[in-house]
Design a protein around this ligand. Structure first.
Ligand SMILES: *[C@@H]1O[C@H](CO)[C@@H](O)[C@H](O)[C@H]1NC(C)=O
Ligand SMILES: *[C@@H]1O[C@H](CO)[C@@H](O)[C@H](O)[C@H]1NC(C)=O
Ligand SMILES: *[C@@H]1O[C@H](CO)[C@@H](O)[C@H](O)[C@H]1NC(C)=O
Ligand SMILES: *[C@@H]1O[C@H](CO)[C@@H](O)[C@H](O)[C@H]1NC(C)=O
Ligand SMILES: *[C@@H]1O[C@H](CO)[C@@H](O)[C@H](O)[C@H]1NC(C)=O
Ligand SMILES: *[C@@H]1O[C@H](CO)[C@@H](O)[C@H](O)[C@H]1NC(C)=O
Length: 880
C-alpha cells in the first residue's frame, strides 16, 4: 500500500519525495522461447520450462512412463524468458529502483531494454539490480536468457583441469546428467537414487521492481538472546536496508504483550547496510516459550518494527517472534568412550523423532501450500517432532519453515551440498558465500531450525574414499573440503547466526571430527556424533545388526508405492515386477531385488497366477517389509536412549530416510508422491508414540521396555499376552511388577526367557504363537499403544488361516468409519481406498479380535458409498 501523504497539503500535487516504497510485481505470464525461436509459448513466473511446456500441451506428463529420458532434450537447450511492462512516471521518478529476482534457476544473462543488467549462476541466491536509468514509460523489455545447466556444468568441469572433482556422473541406473557439483543448483535435479533427472530452468521465485526515495527494507530477521544466569531474554533484530537518504532515521521496536518499546536514532550510508539492534526484555518472565511438538505449545509474540525518516513513517512491519534456546550437547558420558550427542531445547533434553525431507516435486512451482501443509501435517500426525532438510535438495520456501514453526517441527538444516567433492575456484566460493549469507539471513528467525549442517555425507565420502582418490591426491581434496565448509560456510554461519550449533557434515563425529582435522578416520563411529546406516540384505529384524549410535540421522529401506499412485504414470504392460517400467523407475542399483530378498527372509513372496494380482501384492509385501524393518530399527534406537551397553548407547535421535517422494517411484519414503500414507507411515505413528512399549529378544530372553518422551514420571507395568496364530481368543497373559518410568527415559519392565514364558502357556511353540504387549498403570488402565512381538517369521507361522474379512463403511456423527469382522487372526491388514485422498486412523495392523473399527479422515468431502466402492482389504495370508 502506498499513498501520497507527503506534500499534498502544501502544493496540491504529490511531491517527488513520497515516503513509502512502492512495488511493481513482474510475476505472472511471460513469453518463453526455445533457442532457434521455433517454440514460443506463454510461461508463468514463478515457474520453469518443463511446467510451461506441459501447461501448453507441448509435452506429456513428465512423470509418465519413460518421459524422464524422452524429455532429456529440454535441459540440453537454451531458453529465454521475456516480458514487457510499463513503468509509471511516478515509479521512474523514485531516487532508486531495484529489479529483484527472488530465485533464478540457474545460469542466465538478464537484459533490460537491451542492456545487460547482470548474470546469474546460483539458484539459491536472490539477485537484485539497480535499474532506474534503464526504465522508460512503456514497453520495457525484460529478458532472461538461460544457458543449459547440463552444458554449463560440463563446461565448468572441463575448465577445471588440474584434477578431477568426482563423481563425474551418476550411476547409469539413475539415467541422470553429469557434473552437477559444478553448478549451484538443486543437486538431485540431475537425478538421484530416488528421483528423475529433470534439470529445471526458469524463474522459480518472484520477480519485481521496488522503487523508493529514502530507504527500503530488504530483510528483517531476529535472534532471541538468553542470559542463562539471569533468566533474562533479549532480542537482536537485524535490518538489511538499501538507502538513498541517510540521516534523521528513527527505528522503533515494540512488543505490546511484553510492554516493550525501544527507540533508536540512526542513519544509513547510501547503499546496502546491515544494522543490528540489541535490547533486553525487561518483563522476561512474561515471555512465552516455543516448544517442539509433543513437549509444549508454539506460542509467539508480535514484534512491530517501524522506521521513520524525518518524522514520516516509512516502513511498518509486524513479525512473529518466538523464544527458545537450543544446545547440542557433546560431553563425556560415564561408562562410555566418546561424547554424547543430543539436543536440548529450553534446557530440556529432547529425543528427535522424525525423518528426512527431500524436494516435494521435481518442479518447485508445483509445491503448493496445500502440498506442503499435507506433508508436514502428516509428519506431525505420525508423532514426528523433527525433519532434516537434506543437502541435495533446496533451501525450502519460507512457508515451509513458517509451518514448521507453527507445528513444532524441529528442522535440521543442511547446506545444499551432497555426496560429492566440490570445486573451490574463487568465483565458486564467492557465489557460495553470498548464498550462505542470504540463506542464513532469510532463515535464522525461525525457531524450528535448530541446527545448520554444512553438507550431506561429504566427510564420509572422503574418509571412506567413495571416489577412489589416491593417498597422494587426498590432501588436495581435504584442503578443498576445509576451504569450502569450514573456512567459508562455517565462518559465515558463526558470524551471522551464533545462536545455533553448526556441524560441518552429516554424518560426522562433531567435535571429534574437528580434532581430526575436520575429516575423521571414521565418521560413522557410534561413540560420536550422528550416523547414517544402511544394510539392505542383513536381516532387519535382528537388532544386533544396528549400530547403537548416539544419533541415527539416516537409515531406511525401500518399498514400492501403491498401485493407485503408479497407475496414472503407467500402462498395462508395465504392471509386473519384472517389466521394463518397473526396472526403469528403480534408481537404486539392485533395489527391486534387494526388497524381495529382504521380504523373503520373513514372508512368502506373492505367487498368484494372475499377473496383475501378483504385481499389486508384491507392492504390498514390499511395504510390509519396509514398515517392519524401520519399526525394528527405530524401536531399537528409542529403547537405547537411557542405556550404555558395551560402551555404546544414549541414542537421542531417530530420523529415518525418507519422509516424502519427488515422483511416483520406489524409494525409502513413508509418504507416496501425492501424500498417500504407506504402511510405514502408519507404523511411524505407532513407533514414534510418546509412550511406547518396545520388545527385544536377547539371547532367548524377551525384554520389554517402556519408552517415554513424557515429562512426568509414571508407574507402569508390562502386560504380555500370548496368542495362537490359529484362533482368535488369547491363550494366556503375563504381567510384570509396577516400576517407575522416569519422564524422558527407556526403562526395562519385563525380562523372561521365551521358553519359560511359553512353558506355562498351553501348547504354544515359537511357530504356533505370537505375543502382544502393552503398558498399564497401577489401576490397570492401559497407557500408550499396543505392540507385538513375533516368535518366528510369519513365513513359518503354523496355523495362520486365510481370514474371511467382511467390511462395512459407515458415516455417522463421528465421521467415516470402517468396521471389519474377521473369521480368524490376520496379519498386516491393509485397507486401501485407491486414489481417494485421506488416511485411516490405523492401518497395516494385526487383527486379533473378531471385530475392529477404524476411522477414515478424508482430505476432501467423501461419501461412505464412494469409500466403500474403492475399499480393498489385503492381509498377509492373501498373497500366497
Ligand atoms: C546455448 O548457448 C551457448 C552460449 O551462447 C552456446 O554455446 C550453445 O551452443 C547453445 N546451445 C545450443 C544447443 O544451441
Ligand atoms: C546476565 O544476567 C546477570 C544477572 O542478572 C547479570 O549479572 C549479567 O551481567 C548478565 N549477562 C549478560 C551478558 O547480560
Ligand atoms: C582406483 O584408482 C587406481 C589408481 O589410482 C586404479 O588403478 C584403480 O583401477 C581404481 N579403481 C577403481 C575401482 O576405479
Ligand atoms: C465370510 O463371512 C461372512 C460373514 O461372516 C459369511 O457370510 C460368508 O459366508 C463367509 N465366507 C466364506 C467364504 O466363508
Ligand atoms: C462383532 O460385530 C458383530 C456385528 O456387528 C456383532 O454381532 C458381534 O457381537 C460382535 N462381536 C464382538 C465380539 O464384539
Ligand atoms: C504359493 O505358495 C504357497 C506357499 O509356498 C503354496 O502353498 C501355493 O500352492 C503357491 N501357489 C501357487 C499358485 O503357486
Amino acid at each position: 500500500m502506498y499513498w501520497c501523504a507527503c506534500a499534498l497539503l502544501f502544493t496540491g500535487v504529490c511531491s517527488v519525495f513520497s515516503p513509502v516504497p512502492e512495488q511493481l510485481s513482474l510475476s505472472g505470464t511471460w513469453t518463453l522461447s526455445g533457442q532457434d525461436g521455433a517454440l514460443v509459448l506463454p510461461a508463468v513466473v514463478p515457474g520453469c520450462v518443463h511446467s510451461a511446456l506441459r501447461r501448453e500441451g507441448l509435452i506429456q506428463d513428465p512423470y509418465f512412463r519413460f518421459n524422464d529420458v524422452s524429455y532429456r532434450w529440454i535441459a540440453l537447450e537454451n531458453w529465454t524468458y521475456s516480458t514487457t511492462f510499463a513503468a509509471s512516471a511516478h515509479l521512474r521518478s523514485r531516487q532508486e529502483v531495484e529489479l529483484i529476482f527472488d530465485g533464478v534457476d540457474t545460469v542466465a544473462s538478464i537484459t533490460l531494454n537491451g542492456n545487460l543488467v547482470g548474470k546469474t549462476d546460483n539458484m539459491f541466491r536472490r539477485y537484485d539490480f539497480s535499474v532506474r536509468e534503464l526504465l522508460k514509460e512503456a514497453d520495457n523489455l525484460l529478458q532472461v536468457q538461460f544457458l543449459s545447466p547440463v552444458v554449463y556444468a560440463s563446461e565448468r568441469s572441463k575448465a577445471h583441469q588440474s584434477y578431477r572433482v568426482p563423481p563425474q556422473c551418476p550411476p547409469d541406473v539413475q539415467k541422470g546428467e553429469c557434473h552437477v557439483n559444478f553448478i549451484r543448483k538443486e543437486q538431485s535435479s540431475f537425478s538421484w537414487d530416488w528421483g528423475p533427472s529433470f534439470p529445471t530452468m526458469g524463474l522459480w521465485r518472484d520477480v519485481r521492481l521496488e522503487g523508493f526515495d529514502a530507504l527500503q527494507l530488504q530483510q528483517l530477521s531476529y535472534l532471541p538472546l538468553y542470559n542463562g544466569s539471569g533468566s533474562q531474554w533479549g532480542l537482536q533484530v537485524e535490518l538489511l536496508i538499501d538507502a538513498v537518504r541517510t540521516t534523521g532515521v528513527q527505528v522503533t521496536f515494540s512488543i505490546s504483550e511484553l510492554g516493550l518499546e525501544q527507540v533508536f536514532q540512526t542513519q544509513f550510508l547510501p547503499g546496502r547496510t546491515k544494522r543490528t539492534f540489541t535490547f533486553n526484555i525487561e518483563k522476561s518472565s512474561r515471555v512465552k516459550l516455543w516448544w517442539p511438538s509433543g513437549h509444549g505449545d508454539q506460542p509467539f509474540h508480535l514484534l512491530s518494527v517501524r522506521v521513520f525518516v524525518d518524522g514520516s513513517l516509512m516502513l511498518d512491519r509486524e513479525v512473529k517472534v518466538y523464544f527458545r534456546t537450543v544446545e547440542l550437547i557433546q560431553e563425556p558420558i560415564p561408562g562410555s568412550p566418546g561424547l554424547s550427542f543430543y539436543f536440548q531445547i529450553n534446557g530440556k533434553p529432547i529425543f528427535l523423532k522424525g525423518s528426512n525431507w527431500i524436494p516435494a516435486h521435481a518442479f518447485q512451482d508445483q509445491v503448493t501450500p496445500a502440498v506442503l501443509k499435507n506433508l508436514l501435517r502428516s509428519a506431525v500426525d505420525a508423532n514426528m517432532n523433527a525433519l532434516r532438510v537434506w543437502g541435495g535438495g533446496v533451501y525450502e520456501q519460507d512457508l515451509f519453515y513458517d509451518m514448521c514453526d507453527d507445528m513444532g517441527i524441529m528442522v535440521w538444516q543442511d547446506f545444499m551440498f551432497a555426496c560429492a567433492m566440490y570445486p573451490t575456484e574463487a568465483d565458486f566460493i564467492q557465489t557460495v558465500r553470498e548464498e550462505a549469507v542470504q540463506q542464513v539471513g532469510r532463515l535464522k528467525s525461525h525457531p524450528s531450525i535448530i541446527i545448520w549442517s554444512g553438507n550431506n555425507e561429504n566427510e564420509a565420502a572422503l574418509a571412506t574414499n567413495w571416489f577412489n582418490i589416491s593417498a597422494s591426491q587426498r590432501p588436495v581434496y581435504v584442503k578443498d573440503y576445509v576451504t569450502l565448509y569450514v573456512d567459508n560456510i562455517r565462518k559465515i554461519v558463526q558470524k551471522e547466526d551464533p545462536s545455533r550449533p553448526f556441524l560441518v557434515s552429516s554424518p560426522t563425529n562433531g567435535v571429534e571430527s574437528e580434532q581430526e582435522g575436520w575429516v575423521a578416520a571414521d565418521p560413522y563411529n557410534p561413540h560420536y556424533g550422528d550416523v547414517h546406516f544402511y544394510s539392505y540384505l542383513s536381516d532387519c529384524w535382528d537388532w544386533t545388526t544396528f549400530p547403537r549410535t548416539r544419533f541415527a540421522s539416516e537409515y531406511g529401506f525401500q518399498s514400492w508405492p501403491s498401485f493407485s499412485t503408479l497407475q496414472p504414470v503407467s500402462v498395462g504392460e508395465d504392471w509386473s515386477f519384472d517389466s521394463r517400467f518397473t526396472s526403469h523407475r528403480q534408481h537404486h542399483q539392485s533395489g527391486n531385488q534387494q526388497m524381495l530378498e529382504q521380504a523373503a527372509l520373513h514372508f512368502h513372496l506373492p505367487n498368484a497366477t494372475d499377473l496383475l494380482r501378483r504385481f499389486t501384492q508384491t507392492l504390498y509385501i514390499t511395504q510390509v517389509m519396509q514398515a517392519q524393518c524401520v519399526k525394528a530399527q527405530t524401536e531399537f534406537y528409542r529403547s537405547s536412549r537411557s542405556q550404555v551397553v558395551g560402551g555404546k548407547g544414549h541414542t537421542m535421535g531417530a530420523l529415518y530416510w525418507q519422509l516424502n517422494d519427488i515422483w511416483p517411484a520406489p524409494s525409502w519414503s513413508s509418504l507416496e508422491f501425492g501424500g498417500k500414507w504407506k504402511m510405514l507411515h502408519y507404523f511411524a505413528r505407532s513407533f514414534f508414540a510418546p509412550l511406547l512399549p518396545v520388545s527385544v529378544e536377547d539371547d532367548g530372553a524377551l525384554i520389554i521396555y517402556a519408552v517415554s518422551d513424557l515429562s512426568a514420571d509414571l508407574k507402569l507395568r508390562a502386560v504380555v499376552t500370548v496368542h495362537s496364530w490359529a484362533y482368535l481368543d488369547p491363550v494366556c497373559s503375563r504381567t510384570s511388577d509396577l516400576r517407575v518410568v522416569p519422564g524422558g527415559s527407556a526403562a526395562v519392565l519385563y525380562r523372561q526367557p521365551v521358553a519359560t514364558l511359553l512353558a506355562g502357556c498351553g501348547r504354544c511353540t515359537r511357530l504356533t504363537c505370537l505375543l502382544t504387549f502393552h503398558l498399564e498403570d497401577s489401576a490397570g488402565i492401559q497407557q500408550g499403544s499396543n505392540n507385538y512381538h513375533f516368535l518366528s517369521s510369519p513365513r513359518e507361522a503354523e496355523g495362520l488361516q486365510r481370514a474371511n474379512i467382511t467390511v462395512k463403511v459407515q458415516q455417522d456423527g463421528g465421521g467415516l468409519t470402517v468396521t471389519l469382522q474377521s473369521s480368524s487372526i490376520a496379519a498386516f491388514v491393509w485397507l486401501d481406498v485407491g486414489n481417494i485422498p485421506g488416511r485411516f486412523t490405523a492401518n497395516g495392523f494385526l487383527m486379533l479380535s473378531r471385530n475392529k473399527t477404524v476411522g477414515f479422515e478424508p482430505w476432501r468431502p467423501t461419501s461412505a458409498a464412494e469409500l466403500s466402492r474403492s475399499l480393498t482389504v489385503t492381509t498377509l495370508r492373501d498373497v500366497y
